[in-house]
Design a protein around this ligand. Structure first.
Ligand SMILES: [Fe+2]
Length: 298
């Protein structure tokens, strides 16, 4: 019997009683899908999933993406992106080491961005009995609903540019600053021109309607938003800074503390997220991500 327990104020619920390694009947899947879209971030604890089982479960929500970072797709399973700080025998990163340094929504820079991501924790870093590397979430729907009517009105019709190129440049700058401070060493990941061309900049509405629930949310994020269309740079930057600070207020947040065996799913239209890099090798973190394709934002 599938059960749901709310664990966050606006986003966050635990779903019990589902073994995701097994095929689910339609009624069970519908119960899970309803809970997922209602709670925006859901966790299934204690799962034991092979890559094929994770793919089979998440594919029920829609078509799966193959990430632009080809090098970090799992061999034989291009639908799985490896997210990890682990290095191979030659010292190369086996997966994405720097995923989620800034608040973002996965693949929001694509013409057809993602509907949801599912991250399965194989290994989590533990120090002195405490699990490190939590993931922070913020509900962009709750944040939009809490805005004053005047601001809501003035945002209607405004569009913003989401740009993978902008994100890359910002990320590389941040990496170099961290390294200069001696804070953390991350391998600089170079993308070819061809890879970059496959993700051209897109213009999307700031107030986005959820394709499943019909609720409205803020579709701007500090990782991928390069500018607001039609606003002078300074004015756009001021408005973006105001929105970013609003979205991540504590009342809209859910912090996920990982356990190995968690399959965590989040709605990329309803929430944005950020990683916490408070761990380092030899503490290992190894996760497999699948990402479901969504629809053109409106
Ligand atoms: Fe992410």
């Amino acid at each position: 019997m599938i059960g749901v327990r709310k664990i966050g104020r606006h986003a966050g619920a635990e779903i019990f009683g589902a073994d995701l390694s097994q095929p689910l009947d339609d009624a069970s899947f519908a119960r899970i899908a309803d809970a997922f879209f209602e709670h925006q971030v859901v966790v299934f604890r204690g799962q034991k999933l092979t890559p094929s089982q994770q793919i089979a479960f998440t594919r029920r929500f829609g078509e799966l993406e193959h990430h632009v970072r080809k090098e970090h797709r799992l061999d034989g399973h291009p639908e799985i992106l490896i997210v990890s700080n682990v290095r191979d025998g030659r010292g190369r990163a086996i997966g994405v080491e720097d995923a989620g340094r800034f608040w973002h929504s996965d693949l929001s820079y694509k013409q057809v961005p993602s509907l949801l991501s599912a991250l399965y924790a194989l290994e989590v870093p533990v120090k002195d009995g405490r699990v490190l590397g939590a993931t922070s979430f913020a509900s962009t729907i709750a944040a939009f609903e809490a805005l004053g009517e005047d601001l809501k009105q003035s945002l209607q019709g405004l569009r913003n540019v989401h740009s993978y190129r902008y994100y890359r440049e910002k990320n590389v700058r941040a990496q170099r600053e961290e390294q200069a401070r001696g804070a953390r060493t991350v391998q600089e990941h170079v993308l070819s021109e061809e890879q970059l061309k496959s993700v051209p900049d897109v213009e999307v509405p700031i107030v986005r309607t959820h394709p499943v629930t019909g609720r409205k949310g803020l579709f701007v994020n500090e990782g991928h938003t390069a500018s607001i269309v039609g606003l002078p740079e300074e004015e756009g930057a001021r408005l973006l800074a105001e929105l970013y600070a609003h979205i991540v207020k504590p009342e809209f947040r859910y912090e996920h503390e990982w356990r190995a065996g968690d399959l965590l799913m989040w709605d990329n239209v309803a929430v944005q997220h950020k990683a916490n890099f408070d761990y380092e090798l030899p503490l290992r973190r190894l996760m497999h991500r699948t990402t479901v394709r969504g629809s053109v934002p409106f």
